[in-house]
Design a protein around this ligand. Structure first.
Ligand code: COA
Length: 331
């Protein structure tokens, strides 16, 4: 099928749980300090889902806001994709719960799993469906309840993560339209699957008491090794996006990187010779919200006026898998 269409962002939304957990709060239960966390990660506080909140409830709130912003009724949504690595249950998909919550019954709904890179992987799927004319309106949501899959006694991981959801409504337009998704590039390297993982195997071993006692159903991470690989992969894949679009960094209005660690982002910006004033940051408020980090960032940048009509934004992500990717959006 020839591509006669492309994808534009028609609406954005996000939802952050009300409860704030500060570094000072963590000092009370962990051998850590506000100074250590702030200096090593840039994180000051993160949001924590309340009882009764989950990836699907937060996703539905973010999705509803994106639909309202785009002026689209739930009846006109053709597809809902939820990017999550902290789904409500193993199955059915979180997206099916979201569909029910939004009462968007004329669509298909499914999840994808690419962890912190999930949203850019999702964007690459949406781009294909809209380009080839299969669908007209797609709701792409990233939603994570990381607070339920971190070990709150492990100071090297629990300080990093937070909960939240973000959503984009993407719409099919004619190929001639200068706006929209200009490119997506995605990669995986399964040889690095041990760097960040939840090792407890549901399908591999079945849930068992030993794995529960060994805390294998929580996030495990080799922080240092991940840090180095994250900087390199994110820099390289952003460079690839620039070359593909024949863009220079000067022509990029805003870089929206995955918010994993302030120092990873600083190192990427430095390698790209890109000023930090043009890098979107909200890690101090939310920590690493995995698959939700990019759409929360886009929504906040859009609503605060940091993204203006005519701007070009570049997204860069890296996550467990290992997975990594980039995307370019013209607004
Ligand atoms: N408070 C105080 N000390 C801590 C700590 C905390 N919360 N977490 C770890 N430490 C200690 C370690 O135990 C270690 O102590 P030791 O030297 O006595 O053994 C020391 O700090 C240094 O640990 P190290 O792991 O080398 O620190 P770091 O500078 O690499 O920072 C991370 C750790 C996790 C913040 C950092 O590696 C990181 O952010 N990595 C990337 C993680 C990431 O973003 N993953 C997701 C990608 S999508």
């Amino acid at each position: 099928m020839t591509n006669t269409f492309k994808a534009v962002v028609a609406g954005t939304g996000s939802y952050l749980p009300e409860k704030i957990l500060t570094n000072k709060d963590l000092e009370k239960s962990l051998d850590t300090t506000d100074v250590w966390i702030t200096e090593r990660t840039g994180i000051s506080e993160r949001r924590i889902a309340a009882d009764g909140e989950s990836a699907s409830t937060m996703a539905a709130k973010a999705g509803k806001q994106a639909l309202e912003a785009g002026g689209i009724s739930p009846d006109d949504v053709d597809l809902i994709i939820v990017c999550t690595s902290s789904p409500d249950v193993l199955f059915p998909s979180t997206a099916c719960f979201v569909q029910n919550e939004l009462q968007a019954f004329n669509c298909a709904a499914y999840d994808i799993s690419a962890v912190c890179s999930g949203f850019v992987f999702g964007l690459s799927i949406v781009e294909q469906y809209l380009k080839n004319g299969r669908y007209e309106n797609i709701l792409l949501i990233g939603s994570e309840v990381n607070s339920r899959i971190v070990d709150w006694t492990d100071r090297s991981t629990c300080i990093l993560f937070g909960d939240g959801a973000g959503a984009l409504l993407l719409k099919r337009v004619e190929q001639e339209n200068p706006l929209g998704i200009l490119s997506t590039h995605i990669y995986s390297d399964g040889r690095l699957s041990d760097l960040i993982c939840v090792p407890g195997g549901i399908g591999r071993t079945g849930v068992n008491k030993q794995d529960i006692d060994d805390k294998k159903y929580f996030i495990k991470m080799s922080g240092n090794a991940t840090f180095k690989v994250a900087v390199k992969r994110m820099t390289d894949v952003i460079r690839e996006a620039l070359e593909f679009n024949e863009l220079s960094m000067e022509e990029v209005g805003l870089l929206v990187p995955h918010q994993a660690n302030q120092r990873i982002i600083n190192a990427v910006a430095e390698r790209l010779n890109y000023p930090m004033e043009k890098v979107f940051m909200n890690i101090h408020k939310y920590g690493n919200t995995s698959g939700a980090s990019i759409p929360i960032g886009i929504n906040e940048a859009k609503r605060s006026g940091r993204i203006q009509p005519g701007d070009t934004s570049v997204l860069g992500v890296v996550g467990a898998g290992l997975t990594w990717g980039s995307a370019v959006i013209k607004w």
